[in-house]
Unconditional design. Structure first.
Length: 249
């Protein structure tokens, strides 16, 4: 591997005075953000990276271990280290927490009800930290688990990060892999808030329940790998046969 292939600039006396392993960690992350290494792609081995960054193999290994623990990278025993890919299975166990009572997690099927562009306002602008004159793409969907309609959700995306999405021919069930492969935004951190609410008239009609029937409602904020706020989501789910599952590792 030629020196400075990635124009790396690691220094023990850099302005931030960060340890070298931390500099390697942040630089590898930046290369992934810039799509120099794409989802599913294998990284050079530790010896090559150490040579490239002009650090020890141990420094590289420490940085890669941290990125692996953060799910940015994935180690495959005897094969190598890969950029993590948000597959349907990843989405099922990490990013989709609603489970039917007495059953194993199942990735729900979705149908897009509408997509539109509107100005950010109220809780949307606040949660995505947007100005009132900035535009958001709004996706409204209904979702089924085991063939039963049980979920409604509205998803708000800053238009500046998803140019062209409104014209997409097809919106898949698993949006996070779609964000990553089509728009170069890897969802890295999510924050969910859960509360009980009563169904309003619109939700009741679509879910075939009564107004004021109880719903499990959660709102989600998603950050990308580089720390951008890229999604605000509001999900309403029937509460009689479903629950929110959170496995603490």
């Amino acid at each position: 591997m030629k020196k400075n292939k990635f124009e790396s600039k690691l220094s023990a006396n850099g302005p931030s005075y960060q340890p070298l392993y931390k500099q390697v960690e942040e630089y590898v992350t930046q290369l992934i953000v810039e799509q120099r290494w794409k989802p599913g792609e294998m990284l050079p081995n530790e010896f090559q990276l150490a040579d490239e960054f002009n650090v020890s193999q141990g420094t590289v290994r420490k940085a890669l271990n941290i990125l692996t623990a953060d799910k940015i990278l994935e180690r495959k025993q005897g094969v190598g280290t890969f950029v993590s890919e948000r597959t349907s299975q990843n989405a099922l166990y990490k990013f989709f927490p609603i489970v039917a009572d007495g059953k194993k997690p199942e990735l729900p099927k979705s149908e897009t009800l509408s997509r539109k562009i509107e100005l950010a306002a109220g809780e949307v602008a606040e949660n995505l930290q947007l100005k009132p004159d900035e535009e958001v793409i709004v996706l409204s969907r209904k979702r089924k688990i085991d063939g039963e309609l049980c979920i409604l959700e509205d998803i708000y995306l800053p238009k500046k990060y998803f140019e062209g999405l409104i014209e997409e021919a097809d919106i898949p069930h698993t949006l996070y892999h779609f964000y990553q492969t089509n728009y170069h935004h890897t969802v890295h951190n999510i924050s969910d808030r859960i509360k009980a609410e009563l169904a309003n008239e619109s939700d009741a009609e679509q879910l075939n329940i009564l107004v004021n029937d109880p719903l499990l409602t959660f709102t989600r904020i998603a950050h990308s790998l580089e720390g951008k706020l890229i999604e605000y989501r509001k999900t309403r789910c029937l509460s009689d046969k479903y629950h929110y599952l959170a496995d603490i590792m």
